[in-house]
Design a protein around this ligand. Structure first.
Ligand code: MRU
Length: 354
């Protein structure tokens, strides 16, 4: 079992600090939207769907903490809260999806309870707002199950599979997206071997994914990113599955840096390249990958590994945290609503009904 990523207790959110994994299981206490935003920015919690669920709880905590006394102050507080949370990371759509839903819940409540709030009204607000966060979380859990089912069905018997970054249980509140597909297929006896790419610079593959695969007893090995093409050529890899942070309406997909290179290598070796992502990952306003904002993170994360500097002092770096894989390199997108293939706008609309 993978430890709980988020625990809500006594009006506090306890966030599993993923920076310490796999060595330590420790939780950060969050009591406000700013605390949740900080944990997200600092990578204590990460992975698109989990960022969304945490933001929903962060929103609820903030409304509960500030306890607005009228419909107008509720709207002001809710809008400010959404801004604080949305500023945490720019690429994952799940964050904006969750805060938009929470904001909508607050707006509806304000509309139905105009004027000053009595103590029963404040109590009802608290209930409704936490219930919406629970609903977003429950939907994430069931989406993961559905993707696991659809994805496992797609994979061949004796599958030799490769994944990148961490799109596992640690990135969601459920079994994960891409790693959920692998573990679901493993339960059906379909996985011969899984490879996890280490995923420089933040090492989500080395610290998190391989740890999850080992805990789930999936036969697996960790490789460094630069081994991927060689392993594809020499080890009979017959599927690659990764997650996504944002998918444009034409199917271009933003995911952890290095995904694009894997997709190119997969094409050359004729290996099916799958994305596993729930419906909130799709940004139908983005016409193509060119409309997706790519987060640039710090030099420190490139230069240092666990606090040890590996490059010259004062070196200049680049750190795009994501890249965009064009739809034409993607064999299929496994969603919670079904499988999109070939990947194009028409099929996205058909499967998602967006
Ligand atoms: O920077 P991270 O660790 O939040 O990036 C995570 C990824 O890129 C995942 O592949 C993506 O969020 C999908 S998670 C189910």
């Amino acid at each position: 079992m993978i430890p709980a990523r988020l625990k809500l207790s006594k009006r506090k959110l306890f966030i599993l600090d993923q920076r310490l994994l796999p060595d330590k299981i420790e939780y950060i206490k969050a009591e406000s939207a700013a605390d949740v935003a900080k944990a997200t920015k600092d990578m204590a919690l990460r992975g698109a769907p989990l960022i969304g669920c945490a933001a929903a709880y962060g929103f609820a905590l903030e409304i509960d903490r500030l306890c607005p006394i009228s419909s107008s102050s509720l709207i002001k507080t809710a809008e400010k809260t959404a801004k604080i949370l949305n500023a945490a990371r720019p690429t994952a759509t799940a964050l904006f999806y969750a805060t938009a839903r929470m904001l909508e819940t607050a707006r509806k409540f304000a509309e139905q309870n105009k004027g000053s709030f009595r103590s029963e009204t404040a109590k009802a607000l608290r209930k409704i707002i936490f219930e919406e966060a629970d609903k977003i979380t429950a939907e994430d859990i069931s989406s993961c199950e559905a993707m696991g089912k659809y994805g496992a069905y797609l994979l061949p018997k004796n599958c030799i599979i490769m994944t990148h970054c961490n799109a596992g249980a640690l990135a969601t509140m459920g079994i994960g997206t891409a790693v959920g597909v692998i573990t679901a297929a493993h339960k059906q006896g379909k996985i011969k071997h899984a490879y996890s790419c280490e995923t420089r610079p933040y090492l989500q593959g080395a610290r998190l994914t391989i740890w999850e695969l080992m805990r789930e007893k999936v036969p697996s090995e960790l490789i460094t990113d630069n081994m991927a093409a060689h392993i594809m050529k020499t080890e009979g890899v017959n599927a690659i599955v990764v997650g996504a942070d944002r998918i444009a309406s034409n199917g271009d997909t933003a995911n952890k840096i290095g995904t694009y290179a894997l997709a190119i290598a997969a094409k050359y070796h004729n290996i099916p390249f799958y994305i596993a992502a729930p419906a909130p990952t799709f940004d139908m306003k983005a016409e193509s990958g060119n409309d997706i904002i790519i987060e640039e993170r710090s030099s420190a994360e490139v230069i240092n590994i666990k606090g040890i500097r590996i490059a010259p002092k004062n070196v200049k770096t680049r750190h795009p945290a994501f890249d965009v894989t064009p739809a034409k390199l993607i064999t299929a997108i496994i969603t919670d609503k079904g499988v999109i293939s070939p990947v194009n706008k028409k099929n996205i609309i058909r499967i998602l009904g967006k």
